[in-house]
Each structure stands twice: as structure tokens, then as C-alpha cells.
Write a protein that binds this ligand. Structure first.
Ligand SMILES: Nc1ncnc2c1ncn2[C@@H]1O[C@H](COP(=O)(O)OP(=O)(O)OP(=O)(O)O)[C@@H](O)[C@H]1O
Ligand SMILES: CC(=O)N[C@H]1[C@@H]2OC[C@@H](O2)[C@@H](O)[C@@H]1O[C@H](C)C(=O)O
Length: 394
């Protein structure tokens, strides 16, 4: 029997906590993850607004930050306890792997006086361990940042061992708030596993759902959080000149390793895009169609611009996989390359990132590396995460 664990993730959409109860066995090529249960726990509305305000640059006193940190940790601990209670049996949970909530992300800048990147995830693991009574592994990004890396994306090494293939070259495309890709060349072309792992690659492709979400929230005064199934964008016309103008953003032509967040693709970016759309006389639906197109184009263009070869297949995960308009546009730009969800390959598309943080925590306990230097730019691969033992009962 494998090791039972819980993975917890709240991403850049800030929609809620994705929780996955898993059973883990093996290590890398023999790694197996059985998903026993998964659930999303929405943030209380007031907490979500506060997180979004902080992500948008609102300043906080240290006391307010401590309070926010622990309000998030409480939600994470409660999510873990709820999913633990829903277990099919009463097996002990060995650990929680918790990503936490990113509220600030600054990639390293080579020309800067402070070249180290900085990434802050709130919801401290020590408090989650305290409130859940389960050993918690958290703060996964800092170890990579200390090695000079971007601190993101961290999922590529997990994708490699869960979705890599002997014969086929694949891309795994996550479309959360921000989009990120993992490139998995076919294993058969490599002398050994180390050589193959060295050729696995990944980067943030840019906006996933974040701009469309913000636009829908703006247009509906917050009544709607996202463009369900892409229905609104489907009613509009794409403005190619506008999309081309947006694609001139320097992030898109930057060579990987690269990562980004709401600091760049956030409210200010959206405001400028709104002005440009109004200047061209676009309707609301045209604006949404064009923002959706930007996500699709930025993903497909980044494959063409950066990859050594186009993949045989693209596997999509994250909430954006449910946006039909985005899906159709991405398929259009990928031409004959088949586009499928990771569900079709045995890995739940809406829980994959939560599952990945359970695997990264597992690798921490096994003293195995978590990051891929090719994906993050770190000087070396290291085990990721800090371990917070639960206080013993009684
Ligand atoms: N039915 C749907 N139609 C269109 N979009 C959807 C649908 N369901 C979810 N989404 C989109 O998915 C988003 C949530 O995706 P997800 O949970 O993968 O994001 P995340 O955890 O913030 O990701 P990341 O950390 O990778 O940025 C929502 O904000 C919404 O934009
Ligand atoms: C700083 C941060 O939280 N980055 C997230 C975000 O959401 C998607 C993309 O940007 C990715 O780089 C990362 O998450 C995934 C899970 C990762 O680290 O692989």
C-alpha cells in the first residue's frame, strides 16, 4: 500500500483551494498516484477580495499580513480536514503538501542589483500543521529561488514522471490564472533517464484565464467571475490588429526560463487593453473574444518560438480546459496536433496542480529533487519545501 497524502493548491485565479487526497507509491519512473478524492473549497468572499487587493498591490501592516497569512492557513487546514473526513477508510494521512496562496511573485532579473527572485505564498505550513494535526510541507518555491531560479514553474518534473512517454513527444499545458507548459520529448531518443530529464523543459506562457476573468468581472460589476464555457467570447469577433499589438508585450518574446503573475498580467494590463479596445470601437464581446485569442495565440506561438520541435500531442489541464472558445482557438492554432485533456490520460485536469504539490512533498520526504533547472533557471535541482511536523496528540 502506498503513502497517503493531501495536496493543496490555490492558484493565480484566487478562486478557491483545490484539494486532492492521494495514495503515492514508487519514486520517479515507477511513480504512481492514485486520486482517492478531490474537491474545491471556495474562499469566503471577504477573504478572496482581500487576497485580490493585496495581489493588486494594496499595502498591509505587518499585523494585517500576519492575520491574512493565518486566515488563509485556516482555510487550507479546514480543506485538508474536510477531505480527510471524506476518506473511504481511516488510513493515516502521512502529510499535506501545501502550495499556499501566491500574493507576490518577482522573477529574478539579471540586470538588477538584487538578482534573486522573490515569491511569497501565504497560508503558513506551520499553522496548517498545527490546525490540521497533519505534518505539512510548504514553501516550495523558495528553495528554487535560492538556487537562482524563477521559483516557477515547479510542476514540470512531476509532469515528466506522470505524463512522459517512451514514443511520443508531448506538451502539458496548464491553463489556470496564468498558463504554463511542460515539454516532454519522447524518451526513446535519449541514452538514459538523466539525459531525458535534462531535455524536459517548461515555462510560463503568459495569461491563462486571468485577463478574461478580470474583464468579465469588470463588465458584470463582479456578478460573474468568469466566462462560463467561453460563451460570451463566442459571440464576439476577434480583432487581429489588437491581438498582434498585445503580443508585442516583451514577456512573449522573452526566452525561457520565464515566469509571470498577476503583477504583470493584472488590473493595469487589463485597463490598457480596455482603452485600446474602446479606441477601436470594439464591443464587450469582441474585447473578450480578443483576450481569449491572446491566451490561445500566446500558448501556440510560444511552442513555435521556443521548442526544438512541435509536440505530437498537447494535454491540457486547469480550469481553462473548460472554456470551449479558448479550446477551439487553441486547436485552430495548433493545426493537426491533437489537443486532449489530461483526464484522457488518467490524470484529473482540475486536480493536477494539487496532486503535483502532494508529489513534490513526497519527493521532499524521499530527499528527491523537485525542480528542473531547465524550466526554472536554477543552478541545480534540489528537494523543495519545508517540513512542519504536526504537534503530537494529547
Ligand atoms: N466552465 C468553465 N468555463 C470557462 N472557464 C472556466 C470554467 N471553469 C473554470 N474556468 C476557469 O478556470 C479558472 C480556474 O482555474 P484553475 O483552478 O486551474 O486556476 P488556478 O488554480 O488559479 O491556476 P494556476 O495556479 O495554475 O494559475 C477560473 O477562474 C475560470 O477562469
Ligand atoms: C508564482 C506562482 O504561483 N506561479 C504559478 C502560477 O500559476 C501558473 C503559473 O503561474 C506557474 O508558474 C505557477 O504554478 C504552477 C503550479 C507551477 O509552479 O508549476
Amino acid at each position: 500500500m502506498g503513502m497517503r497524502a493531501i495536496g493543496l493548491m490555490s492558484g493565480t485565479s484566487v478562486d478557491g483551494i483545490d484539494a486532492a487526497l492521494v495514495e503515492l507509491s514508487g519514486t520517479e519512473t515507477d511513480l504512481e498516484v492514485k486520486l482517492l478524492r478531490s474537491e474545491t473549497f471556495d474562499y469566503p468572499a471577504a477573504l478572496r477580495s482581500q487576497i485580490l487587493a493585496v495581489c493588486a498591490g494594496e499595502s498591509l501592516s505587518m499585523a494585517a499580513m500576519a492575520q491574512l497569512d493565518d486566515a488563509i492557513a485556516r482555510e487550507f487546514a479546514a480543506a485538508a480536514k474536510t477531505i480527510q473526513t471524506a476518506q473511504p477508510d481511516s488510513q493515516p494521512i502521512r502529510f499535506i503538501g501545501s502550495h499556499g496562496q501566491t500574493v507576490f511573485h518577482r522573477p529574478p532579473q539579471a540586470a538588477d542589483e538584487q538578482p534573486l527572485g522573490y515569491s511569497l505564498q501565504l497560508g503558513r505550513g506551520s499553522a496548517i500543521a498545527h490546525w490540521s494535526g497533519i505534518t505539512t510541507i510548504s514553501n516550495f518555491r523558495v528553495g528554487d529561488l535560492a538556487m537562482g531560479g524563477q521559483g516557477a514553474p515547479l510542476v514540470p518534473r512531476v509532469d515528466a514522471y506522470l505524463l512522459g512517454d517512451e514514443q511520443e513527444c508531448r506538451c502539458v499545458q496548464n491553463i489556470g490564472g496564468i498558463g504554463n507548459v511542460t515539454y516532454l520529448p519522447a524518451r526513446r531518443g535519449f541514452a538514459n533517464l538523466t539525459a531525458w530529464e535534462g531535455a524536459v523543459w517548461g515555462w510560463d506562457t503568459g495569461p491563462g484565464n486571468v485577463l478574461v476573468d478580470l474583464a468579465v468581472q469588470h463588465l458584470t460589476d463582479g456578478a460573474q467571475a468568469f466566462d462560463r464555457d467561453g460563451a460570451w467570447a463566442a459571440q464576439g469577433q476577434i480583432s487581429d490588429p489588437l491581438v498582434t499589438q498585445w503580443l508585442a508585450d516583451p514577456f512573449f518574446s522573452q526566452e525561457p526560463p520565464k515566469s509571470t503573475g498577476r503583477e504583470h498580467f493584472g488590473p493595469d494590463w487589463l485597463g490598457r487593453s480596455r482603452q485600446a479596445a474602446i479606441a477601436l470601437g470594439l464591443s464587450d464581446a469582441d474585447w473578450l473574444a480578443s483576450l481569449t485569442e491572446l491566451t490561445a495565440r500566446s500558448i501556440a506561438d510560444s511552442y513555435r518560438n521556443h521548442l526544438p520541435q512541435l509536440p505530437d500531442r498537447v494535454l491540457v489541464c486547469g480550469g481553462g480546459s473548460r472554456n470551449r472558445t479558448l479550446w477551439a482557438r487553441l486547436q485552430q492554432h495548433l493545426g493537426s496536433i491533437p489537443l486532449e485533456t489530461t483526464d484522457q490520460w488518467g490524470l484529473c485536469a482540475s486536480s493536477k496542480e494539487a496532486i503535483a504539490f502532494a508529489v513534490l512533498g513526497y519527493w521532499r520526504l524521499l530527499d528527491r529533487p523537485g525542480n528542473l533547472p531547465a524550466a526554472t533557471g536554477a543552478r541545480q535541482s534540489v528537494p523543495l519545501g519545508e517540513v512542519w511536523p504536526a504537534p503530537s496528540a494529547g
